[in-house]
Design a protein around this ligand. Structure first.
Ligand code: C2E
Ligand code: MG
Ligand code: MG
Ligand code: MG
Length: 282
């Protein structure tokens, strides 16, 4: 038996490795089941105008209601899904759900909040991505400029030319492209320079704990100034306190989202929040 061979020897049987493999296999199976049995749902986090405090739209965030494990957060399966080529299926499912929901909201309430959807890098930089988006916009009769696609630097690194092209094609079709988690990658500025983006989202790490004057928050202020000089809209992520909101307001940041306003909500609660935080119609 391998175990009897003792320390320092090659082991034929590694119970730890085995357990990891089994867990991976099970996760793969479970993602298939989740897609087929609609265990994935989207929740919608309100995006707010910093200056007015009114809602402008939502970010769609994926939630997995596993029958045995209850809620599983996306960080626990998105990486796996990317590695094992399941992400395209998840992304397509998410896009369809989001656009269908936008259609339902419009029919039920007459309003059309903007919605942005997270798309994994591998899928974004694939040739059929654009067709998927355009077909769904058509199917659900959605105004393209109410849809935003959130990508991260990782999306762009591997297949830069395709990604760059897909950004431009989306924009020609009036779909907005947002750069998520801005500032956390190693060459954010390089991408900002080379890509024709519409929106950058300041990562929560820069927002967290911020308070005080402009001089106290040079990074936030610089990012907002840079974006403004490039004609980009800025969204700050993860606003939890009033101090953080004040810093963003003083910096001139356009939009924000975070627990200070609301976490991501199920669709019916999300639209109720939106309607309660809108300009009253004249
Ligand atoms: P992200 O796109 O940067 O999303 C923001 C994350 O921050 C969300 O976590 C959101 O719930 C959380 N958040 C929002 N406000 C606050 C706050 O005030 N404080 C704190 N501490 N957190 C806040 P979530 O939903 O767990 O998603 C994590 C990541 O998983 C997302 O980061 C995104 O990269 C990925 N993801 C989520 N949904 C999808 C999806 O449908 N498709 C793909 N491909 N990735 C997704
Ligand atoms: Mg996002
Ligand atoms: Mg983000
Ligand atoms: Mg993030």
């Amino acid at each position: 038996q391998a175990k009897a061979a003792g320390r320092g020897h090659f082991q034929l049987y590694d119970p730890l490795l085995d357990r990891a493999n089994v867990r991976d296999l099970v996760l793969g199976e479970e993602i298939h089941t989740a897609l087929n049995e609609q265990q994935f749902v989207l929740h919608y986090q309100p995006v707010m105008n910093v200056a007015t405090g009114l809602a402008v739209g939502f970010e769609a965030l994926l939630r997995w209601l596993h029958p045995l494990k209850s809620w599983i957060p996306p960080n626990e399966f998105i990486d796996y899904a990317e590695k094992h080529r399941l992400i395209e299926k998840i992304d397509r499912y998410v896009l369809r759900q989001a656009l269908q929901q936008m259609n339902t909201w419009r029919e039920q309430t007459g309003v059309s909040p903007k919605v942005s959807v997270n798309i994994s890098g591998r899928h974004f930089a694939s040739p059929d991505f654009i067709n998927t988006v355009l077909a769904l916009l058509h199917e659900f009769k959605i105004e393209p400029n109410t849809l935003g696609i959130e990508i991260t630097e990782r999306a762009v690194i591997e297949k830069f030319a395709i990604a760059q092209n897909n950004i431009q094609v989306l924009q020609k079709n009036h779909v907005r492209v947002l750069l998520d988690d801005f500032g956390t990658g190693y060459s954010s500025l390089n991408y900002l320079h080379q890509l024709t983006l519409d929106v950058i989202k300041i990562d929560r790490t820069f927002v967290k704990g911020s308070r005080g004057s402009k001089q106290d928050n040079p990074i936030i202020n610089s990012i907002v100034a840079l974006a403004s000089a490039m004609n980009l809209t800025v969204v700050a992520e993860g606003v939890e306190t009033q101090d953080e909101l004040m810093v963003l307001r003083d910096a001139g940041c356009d939009l924000c989202q975070g627990f200070y306003f609301s976490k991501a909500l199920p669709a019916d609660q999300a639209i109720a929040y939106f309607l309660a935080h809108q300009h009253l119609a004249d």
